[in-house]
Design a protein around this ligand. Structure first.
Ligand code: ATP
Length: 242
């Protein structure tokens, strides 16, 4: 689904500013994410992408407004925000290395009371990621980077997210593996999960998303349909090496 005037955004960020101590990193960021779309947030190293995710997850104090499903998130605690379905796949995966794949997945569902649905979702993860099924008894830390990223995504999905935010999914992965994960994300999105993909790999992210935002120095400097952004000479010159 693309942005439409008559559809209410799932997430609406308005004039958001945040930083670390005295240092302001985000300067009045505004963006919207609509239900069941995949949006890319791209920008180079240090642009402030991870800081934005931290602010959205409630891990950084911020000013401005973040409304999800009609509720204001600024001031809410991280576990409340997680409980509302805003779930992050962190940069570097941050799996529990010494736990099995299956136990990592079950950790994702720790807040859920619907045990029958959790069991169904576990089966579903193994359908989406057959590799994880093969390795379900293996320690997560002993898997390849691509497998660990699958595990991190599946763990987030086990939380039954309304909006899944993925930080630097492709980092350290071979291009073919990153593309396979993009294809999986497209299937997940088709299934109704809204995805915010945060990437330094601008080409990869914009090729899979319907819309995109480009961040520089803590500000959104371009936004629009992903196809339009890929064709934008300013984006091409700055990020696509064209
Ligand atoms: P990357 O892809 O490299 O993670 P990014 O776009 O996600 O880049 P951020 O990690 O959000 O960028 O960093 C934005 C700015 O905030 C940088 O100048 C960085 O040095 C600073 N920063 C990030 N984390 C902290 C922290 N914990 N304390 C102080 N400054 C930080």
């Amino acid at each position: 689904m693309s942005a439409q005037a008559n559809v209410i955004p799932l997430l609406k960020v308005d004039n958001l500013s945040a930083g670390y101590g005295e240092m302001l990193v985000l300067h009045g960021v505004s963006l919207e994410i609509y239900p069941a779309e995949m949006v890319a947030l791209v920008g180079s190293n240090g642009a402030g992408k991870t800081t934005l995710l931290r602010a959205l997850s409630g891990m950084l104090p911020c000013s401005g407004s973040i409304v999800m499903n009609g509720r204001e998130l600024v001031g809410a605690m991280p576990d409340q925000i997680f409980g509302m379905g805003l779930v992050q796949v962190p940069e570097g995966r941050q799996l529990f290395d010494r736990m099995t794949v299956q136990d990592n997945l079950l950790m994702g569902s720790y807040r859920r009371q619907d045990k029958a649905a959790v069991a169904r979702d576990l089966d579903k993860m193994y359908d989406i990621f057959p590799r994880l099924k093969e390795r379900r008894r293996q320690l997560a830390g002993s898997m390849s980077g691509g497998e660990q990223q699958m595990c991190a995504i599946a763990r987030a999905l086990m939380a039954a997210p309304v909006l899944m935010m993925i930080d630097e999914m492709s980092l350290g992965l071979a291009p073919v593996v990153a593309q396979q994960l993009m294809d999986v994300l497209a299937a997940i999105q088709q299934d109704g999960v809204t995805v915010l993909l945060v990437e330094q790999d601008v080409q990869l992210a914009l090729s899979g998303a319907s819309r995109g935002y480009v961040m520089e120095n803590g500000r959104i400097v371009h936004s629009g349909a992903a196809k339009t952004l890929i064709d934008d000479p300013a984006v091409q010159q700055a990020y696509l090496g064209l």
